[in-house]
Design a protein around this ligand. Sequence first.
Ligand SMILES: *[C@@H]1O[C@H](CO)[C@@H](O)[C@H](O)[C@H]1NC(C)=O
Ligand SMILES: *[C@@H]1O[C@H](CO)[C@@H](O)[C@H](O)[C@H]1NC(C)=O
Ligand SMILES: *[C@@H]1O[C@H](CO)[C@@H](O)[C@H](O)[C@H]1NC(C)=O
Length: 366
Amino acid sequence: MNSFMILILFLVGLASSAVAPGTGECSAYTQQIDCLNSGYCKWNGSSCVLYTSNQDCYRIDEIGACRANGKYESLCMPLDLLNIEYKNVCGITTTIDYNFVRYPIVTTGYPHFSISGLTLAQLKVAKPQINFLFQVLTVNIQIAPNKELQDILDLYKEYEVTFQNVTVHPYYLEKCLFQTLQNLRDDTQPLSSTDKQNTLTKFWSIVQVYQKKMAFYSKHYQTNYYFLNFAQTTFSRLYITIEGQDHTTSLTWVKYQRNGYIQAVSYTPKLFGINDALTDVVYINVIAEDGISFINIENMEIIYTQTTGTLTNISRQLKFISDKTQIPHTFSSSLTSTPCDEIERTCKFTLPSPLIDSQFIFYIQK
Ligand SMILES: *[C@@H]1O[C@H](CO)[C@@H](O)[C@H](O)[C@H]1NC(C)=O
Ligand SMILES: *[C@@H]1O[C@H](CO)[C@@H](O)[C@H](O)[C@H]1NC(C)=O
Ligand SMILES: *[C@@H]1O[C@H](CO)[C@@H](O)[C@H](O)[C@H]1NC(C)=O
């Protein structure tokens, strides 16, 4: 036997002794980095262990762990449809749950300074110059611990005026917003309710910067990021539709006293402690052309349409949210629909005419 053949036999021996991805014991990994690189184990501070709740199935990166003989064979399911847009490969069912879509984490850059080494504090002082805005955009939101995440949101707010510049695409604000929600949702450090509420308060202040920009950026606009979606249209179109998983939520209206915009942001109910939702949570902002709050819109209706499966013809409840900064959200009043139409798979809710509030937040209950 020559040494080449010995090498081949050695390599074959190695390959047969290695276990298939997702099937080995987590305790075999003694270093945190190897544990996390396995794609299905978590580090508990001192040891490498398995997740024990199916609420964590969405965090798994190694699909082998969810297939037959995998470590989560009986806890999680492999997803039927895998999309390169997101990292999810396992779930509680074989269908991706939009509430838990994980965008890939980019590890370039830092959460406490820009690519050229300016700290968050230095960038704060440098505002509102546009060349510094492009430094702000290199700060890594995805890997930021909560303290830095909140500091970054404060920094974005400082650049409010610069973001309004037409040369800055709204995507940068959208990216900040969906990365913030993903960061908050997937943070494995225990967060106090104050930290969560402070993060959300800052999140909503960036939404405000975004909406202010959109009122001048484009009349009609729509983008979807699974657990966070944006839409805007003019009063003259008489309706706006927001797409969610297996459903759409539309608003229709008949008359308006002057021109303006309906702005909608829809977002994941599950992050906000809402588990009985048929729809995403929808935040509506009604403004006149000049950006000022507006309520003189008549005969507004909210129409829920289910796009798959069946819908029974009972009446549904629409619940208004009183405080969108809280986890869980708190509620104020509710509306009852007419009996849902099981053929069209729609339910309809009638709002006061004219509107009472220029801003309202709601979801429709199962
Ligand atoms: C981590 O897991 C090991 C092994 O299961 C266990 O002995 C240890 O108590 C755990 N530590 C923490 C902080 O949960
Ligand atoms: C918008 O940005 C451009 C450079 O991208 C700059 O020349 C212009 O002055 C900015 N406008 C305002 C109003 O800041
Ligand atoms: C719901 O549908 C069933 C069967 O089609 C019908 O008998 C019933 O009257 C309907 N209920 C309402 C409230 O429309």
